[in-house]
Write a protein that binds this ligand. Sequence first.
Ligand SMILES: CC(C)(COP(=O)(O)OP(=O)(O)OC[C@H]1O[C@@H](n2cnc3c(N)ncnc32)[C@H](O)[C@@H]1OP(=O)(O)O)[C@@H](O)C(=O)NCCC(=O)NCCS
Length: 182
Amino acid sequence: MPVIGLRDIRIVAAMSRVVVRPAEVADEKFLWEMLFEASYSHEQGRVSPDELRGVPSLAHYVQGWGAPGDLGMIAVEGDSPRGAAWLRLFTGDNAAYGHVDDDTPELAIGVVPGMRGAGLGMVLMHNLLESARSRYPAVSLSVRQENPARRLYERLGFVEVPALSHTNPAGSTSVTMVLRFG
Ligand SMILES: CC(C)(COP(=O)(O)OP(=O)(O)OC[C@H]1O[C@@H](n2cnc3c(N)ncnc32)[C@H](O)[C@@H]1OP(=O)(O)O)[C@@H](O)C(=O)NCCC(=O)NCCS
């Protein structure tokens, strides 16, 4: 008989209360909060998501959410959003950190601190990628080399693009990963 661990119990408990739905224009405020988490902005001394609006290299992940081509998923517990995964197409001189080519949107993801490690990230990714596969040839992302989230991306089929590694604003290395559909 399989052994059920504490993490499994947390996952079942969290999942039984959480619903995943598509992101709407009205979710922009929450996306700023999740961008704050995803970009580890507190490490650069920023104290609130609002400060990201003045950082062009980050703001363009969320600014004007709901543009054509934007696609996102929100994990909601009751009325409270708990996590978000979203993607957006960046082209030309608006390229973001994980830019691969002008046909490949870049994905960002964040889960509220108290809910991490309970499976929300995986469920958000599954839902978003299922929606994305009929619209885009691939999806890319940028992740710090040491971020445990890399394991999540690898399990979903993302592979590193070694030539696109770069030094991030915190001074460590970020890698670009891509998932090609089909
Ligand atoms: C990364 C993140 C979105 C994953 O969501 P989650 O709900 O915690 O993920 P899951 O419970 O589905 O776990 C899947 C994987 O997420 C990663 N993960 C789990 N807890 C994590 C944490 N506290 N911080 C970072 N990654 C974590 C692990 O790789 C885990 O895989 P493992 O079981 O092999 O260790 C979430 O942890 C988070 O918001 N972290 C901080 C922001 C961030 O790093 N965003 C991604 C930037 S590229």
